[in-house]
Each structure stands twice: as C-alpha cells, then as structure tokens.
Design a protein around this ligand. Structure first.
Ligand SMILES: [Zn+2]
Length: 287
C-alpha cells in the first residue's frame, strides 16, 4: 500500500476550524505505529497550471492569490494555492500508482470535492479528484468512475464532471445536509444516493451497496474514490451512522470490483479518523 503525504500539508490552519492539521498528523502516527499493513511512503508530485485548468477557470487560480476568506467555511491562509496544489500533486501520483497496479491512498489536505470550476468552498480550494479524473481521461482512460462516500455531496466534482465524456460520478451522502445539492441524478453521468439524516446503519450500508452495484454495471476501467470518513456515527459535522467496520467493508468491496483504483482523503472530523482510515486501507489491501 502506497501512502502519499507531505508534512507540509499540516502547515496551514484557522483556529477552531474542524479541517485541521491534526487530522493528518494523528493518522500518520497511527499508520506508522501499526504492523498489519506494509506501507510505502511517497511525496506528492508536481502539477502544472494546464492540468488544473482542465477542471478550473483561470479566475479561480487568480482568486487563490488574493488574501481574503472565500466563505465562512473556507479561510484564506498564506500560500493556500501552494497547499492546494500539493494536494492535487498527490492525487496525480495516486492516479499513476493505480495505473501501475498499486493500492494507494492520498493522505493530504485540503480536501477538494466541494471546489467548483470557479469557486473555492466547503474547506476545498482545488478539486483534487476532478483534476485527476480529467487527467486520466486526457491520457488514455476510457471510462473513469468517481465513488464519493464522504457524507457531504461533492457538488464541485459533480458540476465539473457533468456530462463529460468518459466520466461518471456516484455519490452517497446525507441529504438534506451541506451543501444542499445531490437529491437526484443529474445529466447523463451523475448518480446521487441521498440518505436521510440519522438513517439506520443498515440503510446507509444498503445504499452504499446499491451505488457500488450501479458503478460496477457501468464497467469502469479506473475508479477514483473520494474517501471521506464523516458518515461515521460519531463525526461532529453530520448525522451518519457508519462504524469502522463499514469503512473496512467499503475498502473490501471496492477491492473486489477488480478495477484499478485510487483513493483521496476528503472529510472526516472525529478523533477516530485514524482508525477509520486504517480500517478502510485494510479493506482495500484485502486483510
Ligand atoms: Zn464531508
């Protein structure tokens, strides 16, 4: 299992914000202290403006340089463009590792799935997964599916990939919840699986299973996973009901599809995040 991370992704923060450096620091400590998974640690690679501009407007790139908060959730921090770019660079390394047949996880921040073509929002500045998927399509992948199990709908990923040839988006999320989108399918290739707040664990898991089945039927040749762990029963930001065992099952289920896949960290704000990530990675690795 390859883990892509960089200590520098912990270099920015806003006091009191749930999307905080400790999410990464504590997960790195947990992964380094365990012995069940054999891990190879790798750093993010370079990213060009051209790769980012597959998914975003030049106006957003320019906006990232302006020192004003983007919205109440999404603060400006010094060099935020550099931090966001490193997270994209990790996604691109993850894509290459998947194509080489490796199991891989990008353990970086900021997350990306709320960032739209023109706007940073919802703790996200650049849409890591959309950029990687469009890079994959531009470099030979024919059918790329995004599987987004973050508890929030990935409105940015959906908007960027909407009706884009070669891409499909499958999102399982709480609805109603932030950002308010994702109640129904959109366009020809965006499939949404809303789950009611506080729905029983069995219901949440059955919805995940239904989405997995639909994605399998779409016969992707590459799967990109927006791995958010905030549907966890004790996450402070939403009302999901999943347990660590469900994230292990998710990893196992994705592995069993037998398609190259890479996973990028999105949300997950409970203090148990390291355990949830470890459970998921064990599932992906088949242990
Ligand atoms: Zn989330």
């Amino acid at each position: 299992m390859k883990i892509i991370t960089d200590k520098r992704c912990t270099g920015y923060s806003r006091e009191g914000h749930p999307e905080r450096p400790e999410r990464i620091i504590s997960t790195v400590e947990r992964l380094k202290s365990q012995t069940e998974l054999q891990l190879a640690w790798t750093a993010p690679g370079p990213v060009s403006d051209g790769q980012i501009l597959h998914a975003h407007s030049p106006e957003l790139l320019a906006r990232l340089q302006i020192p004003h908060d983007f919205d109440a959730d999404t603060p400006y921090c010094e060099n935020i463009a550099g931090y966001a770019g490193a997270s994209v660079g990790a996604a691109l390394v993850a894509l290459e590792a998947a194509r080489d047949g490796e199991n891989v996880f990008s353990l970086m921040r900021p997350p990306g799935h709320h960032a739209t073509r023109d706007h940073a929002m919802g703790f996200c500045y650049l849409n890591n997964i959309a950029i990687a998927v469009l890079e994959a399509v531009a470099t030979g992948s024919r059918r790329v599916a995004v599987f987004d199990f973050d508890v929030h709908h990935g409105n940015g990923t959906e908007a960027i990939l909407l009706d884009h040839p070669g891409c499909a988006y499958f999102s399982i999320h709480q609805f109603p919840c932030y950002p308010g989108t994702g109640s129904t399918n959109v366009g020809t290739n965006c499939f949404n699986y809303p789950v009611a707040p506080g729905a029983p664990r069995e219901t949440y898991r059955a919805t995940l299973a239904r989405a997995l089945g639909d994605m399998k039927n779409s016969q992707p040749d590459l799967i990109a996973v927006s791995a958010g762990f905030d549907a966890y029963a004790r996450d402070p930001l939403a009302e999901g009901t999943l347990e660590a065992a469900d994230f292990h099952w998710l990893g196992q289920s994705l592995r069993r599809l037998g398609v190259p896949l890479f996973s990028l960290l999105e949300g997950g704000y409970s203090q148990d995040l390291p355990e949830l990530i470890l459970a998921y990675l064990k599932g992906v690795e088949g242990i």
